[in-house]
Design a protein around this ligand. Sequence first.
Ligand code: SAM
Length: 217
Amino acid sequence: MDIDTIERVYRRYAPRYDFYFGALFQPGRRAVIQRMRCRPGERVLEVGVGTGLSLPLYPRDVQLVGIDISQEMLLRAHARRECERLGHVAGLVRSDAERLCFSDASFDKVVAMYVASVVPSPARLVEEMRRVCRPGGEIFIVNHFHHANPVIGGVERLISPMSRLMGFRPDVSLQRFIEETRLEVVERAAVNAFGYWTLLRAQPSRSLAASARRPDA
Ligand SMILES: C[S@@+](CC[C@H](N)C(=O)[O-])C[C@H]1O[C@@H](n2cnc3c(N)ncnc32)[C@H](O)[C@@H]1O
């Protein structure tokens, strides 16, 4: 999917996004924020923050920044921040996850919930998450990956040509994702209904980030 398609699809989703994907995905949002074990004053970046359904779940003593490519989704996140007086949300910024508008090592923790199978290039998404995460920080991803069950996996393959319509790819393989992104996964857990989604905790290996920035690497 290209950026124009993503923006178009999420412009369409925005008014009803919370109704369709609010409760369904909330256990995974809750689980990842618990695993993040945020400490007071930590700088946290949420990539693809959408309508901001996760914002009230963070501890109020972190400095949270959310980015998203969709203006319509972000508008709802802004409204949530105002309505619920979420003072820990330091910024909600329109930015491309594959070209983040932050300096290297700006955050202690970087998280992407249900975004890895939406962006055009998961490898660039992870590379950017790695770049803006400080050495010793942590990266978290929650996503659905292609199911090992042949029937469920078969259905996912069958509907994958409709990705541009649905706004996500249902058949992203976890093994390929880890290979392509060279993600150093240190913890993996099943989340949401039937454990159908996966939570990954990873380290931002600095050597990988540096080599990826070198044009000859
Ligand atoms: C399935 S929604 C998940 C939203 C939110 N994380 C949640 O938990 O509901 C995917 C989000 O990723 C955003 N997105 C997709 N591609 C992006 C990109 N390249 N840069 C920034 N945001 C992107 C979409 O606009 C959308 O808000």
